[in-house]
Design a protein around this ligand. Structure first.
Ligand SMILES: [Zn+2]
Length: 302
């Protein structure tokens, strides 16, 4: 019901997956209605809001840019923060890319655990989806639909004996994110490594921060989950959806999507104010009122 921030600052540092630069990131408590804001402390605290209006490049990772100031690979940190239920926070960074750490969201979840949650005296606001918004492109698709909770369904199908069709469907909350998605790591195909390096990407990539798929297996197993790839794509999806800027009340379905489609959906949704409303009404109470059901029955449904 109330907005949150963290109790105390925490920090970590590490290498960026694509640029290979070392970056220190410090999590700092923020006042109500701040949202999630990155600040480049190497550029006079220049702020870049985690919002669809600041999306820049989206090939292989999501980057934000504002007035020419770039910030790369935001998705895993945003997935953890958004799912954790943190409404307001500053991420102070001294370089251009969020550290990749182990390639999953787990290290960020541990930092948020250390930081603790503080409830603020301001009602939480949600972005509630009122009508469907979809993006379709070459057999890939993503859509968002009205719902009383934040739910995702993510389907991937890579032509590899260990991947194939994988699907994750879940209501997103701190517990489900932690249990189902947080430990799933970034992955890439061995055959893509040289082309990506030639494009100036994955300069910080290593067997410590990404699963590498060989022609018919995994170079650096074991996997953390048999369907770690599908789970990681759902993690990426949530991290990109955080760019709507408020907690979502809506159901998202993604089919062979990726950062480009995810962020196109965010932009298309935000560009159509008739497709959503901002509400501070608590969702369970609202569906209870509408359906005339006992609150316990609504809670028990999930
Ligand atoms: Zn990822």
């Amino acid at each position: 019901m109330y907005q949150t921030t963290i109790q105390r600052p925490v920090e970590t540092q590490g290498i960026g997956l694509h640029t290979g630069v070392q970056t220190r990131v410090r999590f700092v408590p923020a006042p109500p209605d701040t949202g999630i804001v990155f600040r480049r402390v190497d550029l006079d605290q220049f702020p870049i809001e985690a919002h669809g209006q600041n999306v820049a490049r989206v090939s292989y990772a999501t980057s934000l840019m504002k007035q020419g100031v770039l910030l790369s690979t935001t998705e895993h940190l945003l997935a953890a923060t958004y799912s954790f239920g943190i409404d307001n926070i500053y991420f102070d960074l001294d370089n251009i890319e969020i550290p990749i750490l182990d390639g999953s969201a787990e290290p960020f979840m541990q930092l948020l655990d250390q930081a603790g949650i503080r409830r603020l005296r301001r009602k939480r606001r949600f972005l509630r989806v009122l009508k469907p918004v979809e993006v379709v492109e070459d057999g890939r698709r993503i859509g968002i639909y009205p719902a009383d909770e934040f739910r995702v369904r993510c389907f991937v199908d890579f032509p590899h004996p260990l991947v194939g069709p994988q699907e994750v469907e879940m209501v997103v909350n701190p517990a489900t994110f932690r249990n189902i998605l947080s430990r799933a790591r970034t992955f890439c195909f061995e055959s893509d490594i040289e082309p990506l390096r030639a494009m100036g990407l994955i300069r910080g990539g290593s067997l410590d921060n990404a699963i590498v798929l060989t022609k018919d297996g995994v170079m650096n197993g074991p996997l953390r989950y048999p369907d770690e790839f599908g789970r990681h794509k759902a993690l990426d999806l949530i991290g990109d959806l955080a760019l709507v800027g408020l907690p979502l009340l809506g159901r998202v379905e993604a089919r062979k999507a990726g950062h480009s489609l995810h962020t196109q959906l965010v932009s298309k949704l935000l560009a159509d104010p008739s497709a959503w409303e901002i509400t501070s009404l608590e969702p369970v109470l609202r569906s209870h009122n509408q359906a005339g059901r006992h609150p316990a029955a609504v809670t028990a449904a999930d």
